[in-house]
Write a protein that binds this ligand. Structure first.
Ligand code: BGC
Length: 371
């Protein structure tokens, strides 16, 4: 807001100088035209007027150039995050802030508090404030139609992040891009991390991999795909699998801890693998595993997704079998790049509105590269 006010003020100042100059020109020209009316200027006043006109024109040009530069280097960006209290989205938010502010944008972040109605208000407020662009991490993917409709009606270039709508939903607006990752890839990599262990996840040698699945918010496609594709990778490799439990932990560390604790009490040594859709839940599960006297990579395997700092430490210490880098910095950079393309006037054809950043497997062997 501050910035656009500044730009407007400068443009206004330039216009005022400009119109003052134009008036000056008028009165400078008039004497000649009205010379017969006996209202002619002396040569001295004419020279003085001309000098004043030139100075004013220069000042106006300078102000206009300055205003242009300010517009090009900055702008007001509204960012809506589904909830601030999410470990991965905190890393992502920090990366966005660093990149956007580094480029001279004025950025306002809003906490959706996991409430779609609250986020809708925040989007409407940003629109009323006439932000130049929006970056939105929707609370509910199911609200995508409504969000897209709103930003389209307001004609605001928008980048959606982290929670992917369908290509069909996005095709409603050509100044809309999604930047994220293909969650199928992260699920497959989690399965591969288990297949890469010495006994391919079958610790007790009974011919099947017995696992529990701690799922994120199932409304979110990342949770659906990671759940499906981690197990699919095991089956595709010819392994038999047994699902002991599947429960939603809503991406939350405490819920991850509770679910793992209950399952460990219920299934004991039967559990060979703990799949967590993200690292925060895996850190919670690790607390329960350690409290139950179990030892990761010896009598149980544990994998997550995100490569949060805490998880990288546990992978390095041997307390997590592995994780998958969900590249917050790469996605933030991609989101800003797409936003700038939109601000530059680019539009996106249907089917070309999703931009993906690759996931990367993290194991004890390569963890140092990510720390
Ligand atoms: C991340 C989770 C995060 C979720 C939020 C996922 O991609 O892996 O850690 O909670 O996004 O939508």
């Amino acid at each position: 807001m501050k910035l656009s006010k500044k730009v407007t003020a400068m443009a206004m100042a330039a216009m005022m100088v400009f119109s003052m100059t134009a008036c000056g020109n008028d009165s400078a020209a008039k004497p000649d035209a009205t010379a017969t009316g006996g209202n002619a200027q002396t040569p001295e006043t004419k020279a003085a007027t001309e000098a004043a006109t030139q100075a004013a024109t220069e000042a106006a040009t300078q102000a206009a150039t300055q205003a242009e530069e300010t517009t090009a280097a900055g702008g007001n960006i509204g960012v809506c995050i589904y909830k601030f209290d999410d470990a991965f989205m905190t890393t992502y938010r920090n990366a966005l802030q660093e990149i956007l502010e580094g480029k001279g944008y004025t950025v306002t972040f809003m906490d959706g508090k996991n409430d779609q109605a609250e986020q809708n208000n925040q989007i409407n407020n940003f629109i009323a404030q006439k932000v130049d662009a929006l970056i939105i991490n929707p609370v509910m993917t199911s609200a995508a139609d409504q969000i897209i409709d709103t930003v389209k009606n307001a004609d605001i270039p928008t980048v959606l992040i982290n929670r992917e709508p369908t290509a069909e939903q996005m095709s409603a607006y050509d100044k809309l891009v999604y930047v994220g990752c293909d969650a199928r890839q992260s699920g497959t990599m989690q399965g591969e991390l288990i297949l890469d262990t010495p006994n391919k996840g079958d610790i007790n040698g009974d011919g099947k991999i017995s696992y529990i699945m701690i799922q994120g918010d199932p409304e979110n496609v990342d949770a659906q795909y990671r759940t499906e594709f981690s197990v699919k990778a095991l089956k595709d490799a010819g392994m038999e699998v047994e699902e002991l439990d599947l429960q939603r932990g809503d991406w939350d560390r405490n819920k991850g801890q509770e679910i793992a604790q209950n399952d460990l009490a219920k299934f004991g040594d039967e559990i060979e693998v703990v799949f967590c859709n993200n690292d925060d839940m895996a850190i919670g599960a690790l607390q329960a595993i350690q409290a139950a006297g179990r030892k990761v990579n010896e009598d149980i395997y544990l994998v997550g997704v995100d490569a949060l700092d805490a998880a990288l430490n546990e992978v390095a210490n041997g307390n997590m079998t592995g994780t998958v880098l969900n590249d917050a910095k790469g996605q933030a950079a991609g989101a800003v790049e797409a936003m700038e393309a939109l601000l530059g006037g680019k539009t996106y054809a249907s089917g070309e509105q999703s931009i993906y950043v690759d996931y990367v497997k993290v194991t004890p062997e390569n963890v140092a590269d990510f720390q």
